[in-house]
Design a protein around this ligand. Structure first.
Ligand code: GLA
Ligand code: ZN
Length: 672
């Protein structure tokens, strides 16, 4: 079997079709026609793999795997813990999840389990071990897919106890915990760890330190659960790599904490194309791809995507012709080594019966979707050389889970919305528009090798971030910080002595107050006298306006209106060999675009291609030691002319180097 190909295929649920042998037979033939080379099996098979406790039935799955293997199709084998059989919940009610109001769920749904329960852990260990023993060494298996989209939290007595132990380990004494959580406020002082309960709207939800630690605990407990799942697999089959499939902008788990226990990051991408502006959707999706790539700084896998329309979004819009290919090439461009779908065959009943699939209820290959899927499969065979390349970025944007948790919980300055993700996206897309690859990292990651680092709304400073920023700027880096940064410490306690904490000299300014604007209210930023770069006459800002005082920094833009008209709003400070920029207000995208164009020059960074980059065009690159590939995508409704020199590139995919039709992808290989 040839594993050196871009993985193409997706989730396949033959257990739903065991009574239809003719369909199972057809499926494999269709897969071959569609150039599918990989399927994910067993994600929701527990009730069939173990129909009663301890009675394992793997032969049906083995038959399917044998057949796939005989046809040259590889298998990503899932552990079934994402949904458990009824008997398990009936025999051991403790495996069912308890919600924050302390009610235990009934059996049903999926992800409905406690990650702490020793019984659940043992049952999962057992089936994983059996699965690895019986099928792990099967030559079709190329990768383990541990469970499915981990998420959610449990507030059962077992989880409460585990949380207390976690806290005890972290704080050692209850006095230190009280101090860290500021429990004197409202007289909520704890006398012992035994008194602590997870946050609940029926009880304690106002201690921000508690809320933050609970979220950290939920991540750690889930990581621990995954680690055990992996251990059970590895005990029988230690050699095959491991992945978990992550979700779009999922807030509940700090995905970075999984980096060390998995071999490959994978994720499930379901953008709402054709909604507002496809370029913006591409930017948002691209940023998520880059978050995923940066968790391990390695190529990742697109584990799920939809060949047509999902059925769970508010509106299930079809993908227009070419959208499927564009979205798939975008994943590859950002570092994926696969294009995988949910799902190969559409299920017949239950809640996903209208979710798109490669093969729909009609069951034929003469469908628009099947044709597009086959066509794409064929094309992927021609760009295999992308495997073995990686994405390299000189600039990074910081987007941090713990910061996001804390900021959302903070109460003030704008409970109606702080727009953290949107502000991160502004920096992200400003870099992209200049034709650069972008890393999206968290506050724990190393920043020293980048030329420019943007850190929007880093409200909570942790892991010595401010110290690393100081060094970065000192040593010549260009750093961008925004309003609402450096406000609280790791326990969500406000820093004393001025903000952005620890960076007052680096930034050459101090934030004195922050004004929150009502919905629809705005102010404007206008150029300060003798500003140093080309600025549109003014930019609109909304939501938050920082009132700052400069010490050594120089004002680039000032506020136009309100009692703080004339106050500096965008500043720059030289510090050591570098420069630190501050953006004081939630200003429109254009301001970021213009400023970042200037930053590129300051940092002496070249875009990935020569010439102007038109609106709606995304440029990315992947490279190895010997080759560099440039991927150019057109997310406009109409074709775009490009002024590229034929002497510089071989065309790997695309009709013309000068004209890119709507939703088309040009893949170029740079001539050496
Ligand atoms: C998620 C799940 C899949 C399926 C799809 C539907 O990504 O992992 O099992 O439910 O959503 O879009
Ligand atoms: Zn629990």
């Amino acid at each position: 079997m040839d594993y050196s190909q871009i993985l193409y295929g997706g989730d396949y649920n033959p257990e739903q079709w065991l009574k239809y042998p003719d369909i199972l037979e057809k499926d494999v033939l269709y897969m071959k026609k569609a150039h599918i080379n990989t399927v994910t099996l067993g994600v929701f098979s527990w009730a069939i793999l173990e129909p009663e406790e301890g009675n394992f039935c793997f032969s049906w799955l083995e038959d399917i795997m044998d057949n796939l293997y005989a046809h040259g199709i590889a298998v990503i084998l899932a552990t079934p813990s994402g949904a458990r059989p009824k008997w398990l919940a009936e025999l051991y009610p403790e495996v069912l999840r308890v919600d924050e109001s302390r009610n235990r769920n009934l059996f049903g749904g999926r992800h409905n389990h406690c990650y702490t329960s020793p019984v659940y852990r043992e049952k999962v260990r057992r089936i994983n071990k059996e699965l690895a023993l019986r099928l792990g060494k099967h030559p079709a298996v190329i990768l383990w897919h541990i469970s499915n989209e981990y998420g959610g939290e449990c507030h059962c007595p077992l989880c409460q106890q585990a949380f207390r132990v976690w806290l005890q380990k972290k704080y050692a004494s209850i006095e230190v915990l009280n101090e860290s959580w500021c429990t004197t406020f409202w007289s909520h002082i704890y006398q012992s760890f035994a008194q602590i309960e997870s946050p609940s709207s029926r009880g304690e939800s106002m201690i921000h330190g508690l809320n933050l630690d609970w979220k950290r605990f939920v991540t750690d407990q889930t990581v621990d659960f995954v680690r055990r799942e992996i251990k059970a697999i590895k005990s029988e089959e230690p050699n095959k790599p491991i992945t978990i499939n992550m979700m779009y902008d999922y807030e509940g788990l700090n995905y970075h904490k999984f980096a060390d226990i998995i071999d490959i990051v994978s994720w499930d991408s379901y953008p709402t194309w054709h909604k507002d502006n496809d370029y913006e959707t591409a930017m948002q999706t691209g940023m998520q791809h880059d978050i995923m790539r940066c968790i391990k700084h390695k190529p990742f896998l697109l584990m799920e995507s939809c060949p047509s329309a999902t059925n769970w979004q508010g509106v299930s819009k079809l993908k227009k012709p070419n959208m499927l290919a564009a979205a798939s090439f975008q994943a590859l461009a950002h570092g994926s080594n696969s294009v995988l779908y949910f799902q190969i065959r559409q299920s017949r009943g239950s809640c996903e019966k209208f979710h798109g699939a490669v093969i729909d209820h009609y069951g034929g290959e003469d469908t628009r979707v099947f044709r597009e899927v086959s066509d794409l499969g064929k094309q992927l065979g021609n760009i295999k050389e992308l495997l073995g390349t990686v994405v390299h970025a000189d600039v990074a944007v910081v987007y941090d889970w713990e910061n996001r948790w804390a900021m959302k919980d903070a109460m003030g300055p704008r409970n109606k919305g702080l727009f953290y993700k949107e502000v991160v996206e502004k920096s992200y897309s400003a870099f992209r528009k200049q034709g650069l690859n972008v890393d999206v990292i968290d506050m724990e990651q190393d920043i020293s090798a980048y030329k420019i680092v943007a850190a929007p709304m880093v409200y909570l400073f942790r892991c010595g971030f401010e110290e690393r920023v100081r060094k970065f700027v000192e040593q010549g880096g260009i750093f961008v910080l925004t309003y609402w940064s450096g406000i609280v410490d790791e326990n969500d306690r406000c820093f004393l002595g001025g903000t952005p904490h620890g960076l007052l000299d680096v930034m050459g300014m101090r934030s004195m107050e922050i004004d929150a604007l009502y919905d629809g209210e705005s102010n404007f930023l206008v150029p300060a006298e003798n500003t140093i770069y080309e600025i549109a006459s003014k930019y609109r800002c909304q939501h938050l306006c920082d009132l700052i005082e400069v010490t050594t920094a120089r004002a680039l833009m000032i506020y136009q209106d309100d009692f703080y008209h004339g106050y500096p709003a965008v500043t720059v400070n030289r510090f050591g060999g570098g420069q630190a920029y501050y953006i004081g207000a939630d200003v429109e995208q254009k301001c970021y675009d213009d400023l970042y164009r200037h930053l590129l020059k300051e940092a002496d960074l070249e875009p990935l291609i020569e010439g102007t980059i038109s609106e709606g065009i995304e440029i990315t690159s992947r490279k190895s030691q010997n080759a560099e590939y440039i991927i150019i995508q057109n997310y406009n409704d109409t074709a775009v002319q490009m002024n590229l020199s034929e002497n510089r590139y071989h065309v790997l995919r695309g009709a013309s180097i000068h004209n890119i039709p709507s939703l088309e992808t040009l893949i170029l290989k740079r001539k050496q």
